[in-house]
Design a protein around this ligand. Structure first.
Ligand code: BMA
Length: 859
């Protein structure tokens, strides 16, 4: 099959004959198992697994137990091939090269039977000059993907010791204890994780571009923000230009693309080869880029062009957010501060850890990226941490973060493992780091580069150091030397060379060199609640300068479970299918069950268990977020584990694989609002705090109500407050006994309502007793449904206090803008449901439950 491909996009400016042209080679692809002869149609970009699925050769890897039967795929080699012609005007250009944006992973690439590339790193980009090999027609591009497992087993076999790789599920892959993931520069989670399947795929996962140009081309542009303040932004544009000739009259110009104003310009002589030219300019009173909640994430559009005399050869437009973004680590009386300072303002980081959205990455469409980032924005987050066991994300992800004011904590792709950082591997990693730092450095959103996830903690805190020392001190010294070289020398040098001024941390969590993390300095992963089974209440007292991880598991809700496990006979958290979609195993299931039985009523069936688990997870994370925010400025970050899932699974995520918000996501949205009113009972005192992330002082009135669950108001008091900018303050405190008087804790809820002088309203409910002991009445919830654009509006009322009101409809894409909320008698809540269901279907099938529907009263 042959395809003459069309112009699929012009990255660079202009249609002049001399202008660079870019074509994507994305049609007419076929693939086969290397040792067999049948060819099948392939999608590029794509993966072997999704191509097998699309051809009906395998079934959905995410359905039931299917993953198990697909472990043969990663032991095979695969060949991809396509034939293409190129248009005359492209062929005739002086320079033609192939740009491979991403090959996963061990790939030999042939063009017209000449080997042009031997790739070995999924995270790198490869540029190959093909001018002398390419033909006008009948070009054959062939890529041979070696099995990543077969490639790396000999490396594992040949070593006297093994590199730790705690999440590599080698047994599930049928290769016993051979944890080979550490040898491949390939996404760690492909080999399995404690929330992910083992599906070690291969393929052309990012586009292949054919680039052609005349004698000159802009190769790279970096807008280095030297100094940005309210008054002025000093920017150095560093332009890299490839030239085949010496040109005396090269004009390089930077303009504001929106108004055509020239910002800076230079006339220079180009030499043959790579030229690096700097143009400095200043923007007075710039419109700054702010994170979500603090202001507008303004983006300038800078256009940099290269002209020779009067003809423009190349030009590129880049969106740039002007800001000063620093990590402030200053010694203080407790240890060291740890906070991000944006445009001179200390910012409390509110966010989540981000993993890849799918095991099969090319399936992550723009729409999915938009939903992922907007779900963070709409939950009032200002930070996402791109975690080191996944990928350096797609450009589009960072563009969205730039656009919506999400700061990105960017890990290098190393997680929970040790790596053979020497020789060819080291050179490979260096290039990978350079490629990605250069690719991402113009994004306003990038706040920090971090060497790895938890590798330092594992060495000092999980016993890895002593275990190697016990085996043989020379092993530990070899590994530690490689480790220090990687995270203390090579990676920070690359950041400071290619993205100067950007913060770097060697690991997360990390406090000081040669130690595990502590609570006084640096960031912290707090897992005592969950992994060590500490009470959820401990979130209220534990301290850290910055929580970059903490989390609590739940299963998805029933409608999501049904997608991968539709048979009712398997609706038990210990069934084989549910266990296959619970990668924390019995340990994790028992954690959920134990925490649930400890604090919540016994759910009456599987569906109720899922519901109660969602409420439990939401309550836990709400408790943590509020505590972290109350503790500002000691603590300046609350970034929970985790924002998303890569397949349908029980996990710590707050949105499931289908993008459905768990209770946690709704609760986080409230707890992350710019103003938080939060109650906590500690040491027999009942306290109310107000936390503000606003940058101006505000006036507000705070209403504190002690409410009987039947709706009777027992206490009602009003405070008038002045809330300082960027602050946390205890605004009311009373001995719990005095607050309660003769009332019983299990009959009560504390309802907090804060109204600002500009009529913004913030509310919160607080229970002074465990949920399992609460005397909830069975409420009668009345509601009305009205059709509105894209769905329905449901107006709800309840006669008694209704905890965790849960709406569901039989449409996996139905989104309720409020869910799992409490309904207070006499207060109306209006929910918008976005769905394509007909009114009749929606009316007949809408389910509205609350906590008392999920257990038998006498339990
Ligand atoms: C964290 C992460 C992940 C892991 C999660 C849950 O520490 O860094 O490696 O999936 O915990 O155990």
């Amino acid at each position: 099959m042959k395809t003459a491909f069309v112009f699929s996009g012009i990255l660079s400016f202009g249609t002049l004959m001399s202008s660079p042209t870019t074509l994507e080679i994305n049609t007419g692809w076929k693939f086969r198992q290397a040792r067999l002869t049948n060819w099948y149609d392939a999608t590029v970009p794509g993966t072997v697994h999704t191509d097998l699925l699309n051809n009906g050769i395998i079934e959905d890897p995410y359905f039931k137990l299917n993953e198990r039967g697909l472990q043969w795929i990663d032991k095979e080699d695969w060949v991809y091939s396509c034939t293409f012609d190129i248009p005359d005007e492209v062929f005739s250009k002086k320079n033609v090269r192939l740009n491979f944006k991403g090959l996963d992973t061990y790939a030999d690439v042939y063009l017209n039977d000449t080997e042009i590339l031997d790739a070995d790193n999924m995270f790198r980009e490869w540029n190959i000059d093909v001018k002398n090999i390419i033909k006008k027609s009948d070009n054959e591009l062939k890529i041979f993907f070696h099995s990543p497992i077969k490639m790396d087993i000999p490396k594992w076999d040949s070593l006297p010791f093994q590199y730790e790789a705690s999440n590599d599920q080698s047994e599930n892959g049928g290769v016993f204890n051979k944890k080979v993931s550490v040898f491949a520069r390939k996404a760690g989670y492909h080999y399995g994780w404690d929330w992910g399947p083992r599906l070690v795929t291969s393929g052309i996962w990012r586009p292949i571009l054919l680039e052609a140009w005349g004698e000159q081309k802009i190769e790279n542009i970096f807008y280095l923000q030297e100094k940005v303040t309210k008054k002025s932004a000093e920017v150095i544009t560093i332009v890299e230009i490839l030239s085949d000739t010496e040109d005396t009259n090269a004009i390089i110009k930077v303009e504001d693309a929106e108004n055509g104003k020239t910002l800076g310009q230079t006339v220079t002589t180009l030499k043959k080869g790579l030229n690096k030219i700097s143009i400095k300019f200043i923007i007075k009173n710039p419109e700054l880029w702010w994170s979500n909640g603090l202001g507008n994430a303004h983006l300038y559009q800078f256009r940099t062009s290269l002209a020779l005399g009067s003809s423009v050869i190349d030009a590129q437009v880049t969106k740039i957010g002007l800001r000063s973004l620093k990590l402030i680590t200053q010694p203080d009386k407790d240890g060291e501060t740890f906070y991000f300072e944006l445009n001179g303002v200390p910012v409390f980081a509110k966010g989540a850890n981000y993993i890849p959205n799918d095991n099969f990455l090319p399936r992550v469409t723009k729409k999915i990226y938009e939903k992922s980032v907007l779900d963070a924005v709409n939950a009032n987050m200002n930070m996402l941490r791109v975690w080191g066991g996944g990928i350096y994300e797609d450009d589009y992800f960072y563009e969205l973060c730039d656009q919506f004011g999400i700061m990105v904590w960017q890990d290098f792709m190393f997680a929970c493992s040790l790596y053979p950082f020497e020789g060819k591997f080291k050179e490979n990693v260096k290039q990978e780091a350079i490629d990605n730092v250069r690719r991402l450095r113009n994004h306003a959103s990038i706040a920090l580069w971090c060497g790895n996830n938890e590798c330092n903690e594992a060495w000092f805190g999980w016993g890895w150091k002593s275990s190697y020392e016990k085996q043989n001190p020379s092993y530990s010294s070899t590994i530690w030397t490689q480790f220090c070289n990687q995270y203390d020398v090579v990676l920070p040098e690359i950041v400071s060379e290619h993205m100067p001024g950007t913060a770097y941390r060697p690991s997360s969590p990390f406090s000081v060199k040669n130690e595990k993390s502590n609570r006084h300095t640096g960031d912290n992963h707090y897992w005592s609640v969950w992994h060590a089974k500490a009470p959820i209440n401990d979130y209220n007292t534990v301290k850290s300068r910055f929580f970059s991880e903490y989390g609590f598991q739940s299963f998805p809700e029933l409608i999501s479970v049904k997608q991968y496990n539709p048979d009712e006979k398997d609706w038990d958290i210990y069934s084989e299918v549910m266990m296959a979609h619970q990668r924390g195993g019995n340990f994790a299931n028992n954690r959920i069950k134990d925490y649930l039985l400890e604090g919540y009523p016994v759910p009456k069936n599987f569906e109720s268990f899922l519901y109660m688990n969602l409420i439990l997870q939401g309550d836990a994370i709400k408790t943590a977020i509020e505590a972290h925010r109350r503790d500002m400025p000691y603590c300046m970050g609350s970034v929970y584990w985790q924002h998303n899932d890569c397949w349908p699974v029980a996990s710590w995520s707050s949105r499931d694989y289908y993008g459905r918000w768990k209770a946690q996501h709704y609760f986080a949205r409230e707890a992350f609002k710019n103003i938080l009113v939060s109650a906590v009972e500690l040491n027999n005192m009942f306290n109310v705090y107000v936390v503000s992330d606003k940058l101006n002082e505000i006036k507000a009135s705070l209403n504190i109500q002690l409410l009987n669950l039947d709706g009777t108001v027992l206490k009602d008091l009003e405070l008038s407050l002045k809330i300082k900018a960027n602050s946390s303050k205890k605004v009311w405190s009373i001995a719990a006994t005095e607050f309660l008087k003769n009332n019983k804790r299990q009959d009560l809820v504390v309802v907090l309502t804060l109204k600002t002088s500009t009529d913004e309203v913030f509310t919160n409910n607080y229970f002074m007793e465990q949920q399992k002991n609460m005397n909830f009445y069975h409420p009668t919830i009345s509601y009305k449904i009205e059709p509105v654009d894209n769905g329905y509006e449901i107006t709800l009322n309840s006669d008694k206090f209704a905890r965790g009101v849960y709406l569901s409809a039989p449409d996996i894409n139905c989104f309720f803008d409020k869910n799992f909320f409490d309904l207070t008698p006499k207060k109306t809540v209006t929910v918008k449901a976005l769905t394509n269901l007909s009114l009749e279907n929606f009316q007949d099938n809408l389910k509205i439950l609350s906590i008392t529907d999920a257990y038998n009263k006498n339990n």
